[in-house]
Design a protein around this ligand. Structure first.
Ligand code: PLP
Length: 395
């Protein structure tokens, strides 16, 4: 190679030689481009047979896809730059036309509601928002004859648990695809594809990553369903970067042990919160009094999850904001799935993009607090939340 400075600066130090070592942790492949000395190999790589350009395929994303597909019990997985990108990809893969109908959760994540309303409006598609945990929901789906149904395994923020098996049967009867956002239970809590979903969607930003240090999303399902998603991602370019994929895969390694602890801590916190006179209602599918407890026992095979919500008695937004400022162990942050406890006022955060009428119809009141229960000592978490509630309702 030339010894001229400019050439050396560009090419020196780009290859390790003489090593047979295998790293126990995959390296982070930051190169967006690879080159080949053989043109036929380059040509084949451009057809997706090897890594050549990271919008087509990239090693860290592929390793994460392998891990998430295995966790979901699915044949294949496609990862995205965010959970929202994954949700959008599923909508767009349906090739919906004017006059088609999409059914989605009326009481799910507000940003998903906004996204699907926007995408549908552009395509002349009708969106029907239903509370999918109601017993009549499968019949409503049959009557509406939608092309796509999007449910949340456990709804954000009210933690309702629709019967995925009954909805899947209804979808099959009318030829609709069933997409399931199982971000809240994570694949540890529910393997949606095994219960009848065509698409299992995750915001990997949450429990899969587990440490709040990378956005990401995934869609898992059959190889046949994933192929068009992969082809569309190549065109749209909403790929997951190598650092994010690497961090998320590192989080995945501890998902089962973290989730066992998150579930146990959440159950403990839910019980302690139920004893407070200042709390009107605790929402946790593991509590026998939860309206979907019987369904949850069957469809959340890996536990009831790390999320708890509760209504502060006679509270409005000012009391809830005082609560957010009074916590000391927990932190007020609009996300979930972190090793630390996160609290949030649902109406002004996860449901912020819903209209007041949509929030009211979904039953998301101004007094609702959502908690992502962390790995701190469970009594420290419960004591902290209870003290902050007492502080918030002090007149
Ligand atoms: N789905 C659910 C249930 C969520 O709670 C969120 C985010 O909070 C998303 C999807 C969107 O994921 P992301 O923020 O990774 O785009």
């Amino acid at each position: 190679m030339s010894t001229k400075r400019q050439t050396v600066a560009v090419h020196a130090g780009s290859r390790l030689t003489g090593s047979k070592s295998q790293p126990v942790v995959p390296p982070i492949h930051v190169s967006a481009v690879s080159y080949f000395e053989d043109s036929d190999e380059l040509d084949a790589a451009l057809d997706g047979k090897d890594y050549v350009y990271s919008r087509i395929s990239a090693p860290n994303a592929v390793l994460l896809e392998e891990a998430v597909a295995a966790l979901e019990g699915a044949e294949a997985c496609v990862v995205y730059a965010s959970g929202m990108a994954a949700l959008r990809a599923v909508f767009e893969a349906q090739g919906l036309r004017e006059g088609d109908t999409v059914v989605m959760a009326a009481d799910g994540y507000g940003v998903t509601r906004s996204l699907y309303k926007n995408l549908a409006a552009r395509a002349g598609v009708r969106v029907e928002a239903l509370v999918l945990s109601e017993a009549s929901a499968p019949e409503r789906v049959r009557a509406l004859r939608p092309r796509l149904v999007l449910m949340e395994s456990v709804t954000n923020p009210l933690l309702r648990v629709p019967d995925i098996r009954a909805l899947s049967r209804a979808c099959r009867d009318v030829g609709a695809a069933l997409a399931v956002d199982s971000t809240f239970p994570s694949p540890h809590g529910q393997r949606a594809c095994e219960l009848g979903a065509d698409y299992a969607i995750q915001s990997t930003t949450k429990w899969l990553n587990g440490h709040s240090d990378a956005l990401g999303g995934s869609v898992s399902g059959s190889r046949e369903r994933m192929a068009p998603l992969r082809a569309a991602r190549l065109l749209h370019g909403d790929v997951l970067g190598p650092f994010e994929a690497w961090l998320t895969l590192r989080g995945v390694r501890t998902l089962p042990v973290r989730m066992k602890a998150h579930c146990a801590h959440a159950a403990h916190v839910a019980r302690r919160l139920s004893e407070s006179p200042h709390i009107a209602r605790v929402h946790y599918p593991g509590l026998p009094e939860h309206p979907d407890h019987a369904v949850a026992r069957e469809v959340l095979e890996g536990g009831f999850g790390g999320m708890v919500a509760f209504d502060i008695r006679d509270a409005g937004r000012p009391e809830c904001f005082r609560f957010l400022e009074a916590v000391k162990v927990a932190r007020a942050g609009p996300s979930l799935g972190d090793v630390g406890t996160l609290v949030m006022h649902a109406a002004s955060a996860s449901a912020r993009r819903m209209t007041p009428e949509e929030r009211q119809a979904a039953g998301i009141g101004e007094s609702l607090i959502r908690v992502s229960v962390g790995l701190e000592d469970p009594d420290d978490i419960a004591d902290d939340l209870l003290a902050a509630v007492a502080e918030a309702v002090k007149r």
